[in-house]
Design a protein around this ligand. Structure first.
Ligand code: ADA
Length: 559
């Protein structure tokens, strides 16, 4: 599924889902053997490739002609794309969208090949052996479109409340793939308001972004309790004929910071969240929309109001569902636990910054996203690391001034970056990785931030706290890894954080058990990260009811 709503009524689109692809591994014992598969899917979901780390080629046919655009929602983790044997695109990172245009394609059958590579190497600074699985395959949909010479790349809507009245700034980026300059008209409609711009010029082979402002009366705000969504449409006309259109959704909501509070529509937010990986024993990281929706039903049953997309940009369909269900999102670029050495890989900065650009360009309009995160638990205790954090925060502010930003630190009292983010966030594991009492540990850390760092006075979030629990494991003394120990510990951790007046909320680590890379076997029973409140099949552990009771006993806002 491309999106949970129609994004085009004029532009012809065909999702290459539900068609057979021929899959061939390029290495390993099955090298050269041809398999019939459907996408989106990861090769680890096939019995012959449950642990295959290498390259694989997916091949299918399509019928088209004229100006064709191909969009790849996710290929894991490095893609090289060929049409009729000729390379037409390449991309690094499993979690962000890329596309390419084929001009004047001859009408007829064509062959599309996507080579996916999930190997680890110096060329991959972000996908590294880690405490989650870097799968291989086409993890999100491939979309085939027919376009005219001028088409719309994206629409960005920035709602703002000015003296009690809602306004919105609307940016439309168009692309002209012809050699010569083009002149077009644009009709826009947004939440019932219309506008028409004429004789917009776009130079040959270039992009042009136009900006228009609108005023609104009588609109409903988007909030967890009433996730009201509105539609924005732009249509391109040439000589009176509509040649392209783009439809997106947005919400009237405002995120501001006031002292130590995060304000959603002027009210002090209390985050009751869980960290979620895109991971499933059947689907790997290529979860179908029904599985995503089922996960969100569990979030709602728990009384959670937020999800942290640990540790990468999520599938935009999942974000659509969060918009519709009123689940707030902390979305972050792709990084987990990169050391100073990892950050000094020459590929790190360009690859990390590319993810930020692609994430914000594609996800800008989602009202559920209230904050952008970066670089989870990277080298924020080092001057070089700090320079990287600083550059990435500056890039976020260039691309989006409407949301705060943050990063999740695990550097305890050695972090030197808290002057950079809008919100100070920590991952802590008292009573799991160390037996310190939770309240003592939390208060000691918060007071250190206030007294010793430039993070003083900023909103403060706990972005990870939790404990391991093996589904079905019991013993006579409730040791670590029993469900009893996890339930008792998580209840104590979550209640302590939610009771801490100076903290804006909590994300439990984590929603469900997930597969991790083999290299993590020695630290992870079952080669899984077992800190889920539900296991990988989404079966409740003992901790579930305690979390539900706690989350339901706190409102979404601090009175
Ligand atoms: C870190 C990390 C998570 C996970 C967690 C754990 O906080 O951000 O991805 O690895 O630790 O389970 O220890």
């Amino acid at each position: 599924m491309i999106r949970s709503f129609t994004t085009h009524k004029i532009r012809e689109q065909k999702e290459l889902t539900g068609v057979y692809w021929a899959f061939t591994p390029c290495q390993g014992e099955h090298k050269g053997k041809i398999y019939q598969v459907m996408t989106p899917s990861c090769w680890e979901s096939h019995p012959d490739f449950t642990n295959y780390r290498g390259e694989g080629i997916y091949k299918t046919q399509f019928y088209a002609g004229g100006n064709i655009r191909l969009e790849f929602k996710g290929v894991s983790h490095t893609a090289t794309v060929y049409c009729d044997g000729k390379e037409i695109a390449s991309h690094y990172n499993a979690y962000t969208i890329f596309g390419t245009v084929l001009k004047d394609l001859p009408e007829g059958e064509h062959t599309l090949e996507i080579k996916a590579d999930n190997r680890f190497s110096e060329a991959s600074a972000l996908h590294i052996p880690n405490d989650y699985m870097s799968y291989g395959g086409i993890n999100r949909p491939v979309v085939l479109e027919k376009i005219h010479e001028v088409y719309i790349n994206w629409i960005h809507v920035t709602p703002m409340l000015v003296e009690g009245k809602w306004k919105a700034e609307v940016q439309v980026q168009m692309e002209n793939i012809a050699e010569e300059e083009k002149s077009i008209d644009i009709d826009m409609e947004i939440a019932g308001q219309k506008s028409n711009l004429t004789d917009i010029k776009i130079a040959g082979n270039s992009k042009n972004t136009i900006t228009t402002s609108f005023d609104f009366t009588g609109v409903e705000v988007w909030c967890p309790e009433n996730p009201k969504l509105y539609t924005v449409t732009a249509e391109i006309y040439k000589d009176g004929i509509c040649e392209d259109d783009f439809i997106d959704r947005f919400g009237f909501r405002e995120v501001k910071l006031l002292g130590k509070d995060i304000l959603l529509n002027g009210k002090k937010l209390r985050i009751k969240g869980l960290c979620r990986h895109e991971d499933h024993p059947q689907f790997a990281s290529a979860l179908p929309v029904a599985a995503m929706a089922a996960d969100l039903e569990i979030f709602k049953d728990l009384g959670a109001n937020s999800v942290r997309t640990s540790h990468y940009p999520n599938d935009e369909v999942f974000l659509d569902l969060c918009d519709e269900q009123g689940i707030l999102v902390w979305e972050e670029n792709h990084a987990r636990g990169l050391s100073l050495e990892d950050m000094k890989n020459p590929n790190f900065e360009p690859q990390a910054e590319q993810v930020i650009r692609e994430m914000i360009e594609a996800h800008y309009n989602h009202p559920s996203i209230y904050i952008w995160g970066i670089l989870n638990e990277c080298a924020s205790d080092d001057p070089y690391g700090k320079e990287c954090y600083d550059k990435q925060f500056q890039l976020i502010k260039e691309l989006d001034q409407s949301r705060p930003h943050s990063f999740a630190s695990f550097k305890f009292k050695t972090d030197i970056c808290f002057g950079l983010p809008d919100v100070v966030s920590y991952n802590i594991y008292p009573k799991w990785y160390h037996d310190t009492p939770v309240d003592e540990y939390l208060d000691d850390l918060y007071q250190w931030v206030q007294k010793e760092t430039d993070g003083a006075g900023k909103p403060f979030l706990i972005t990870e706290i939790g404990a391991g629990g093996l589904y079905g494991y019991r013993n006579a003394y409730d040791s670590k890894w029993t469900e009893e120990y996890q339930a008792k510990t998580v209840e104590k951790q979550v209640s302590t954080v939610l009771n801490y007046a100076d903290c804006s909320g909590v994300y439990i680590w984590q929603f469900c058990d997930i597969r991790v890379c083999d290299e993590w076997f020695d630290k992870r029973p079952r080669t899984m990260n077992n800190k889920g409140i539900v296991d990988e099949y989404r079966r409740k552990k003992l901790a579930y009811d305690g979390v539900k009771r706690l989350f339901k006993s706190y409102s979404n806002y601090v009175e």
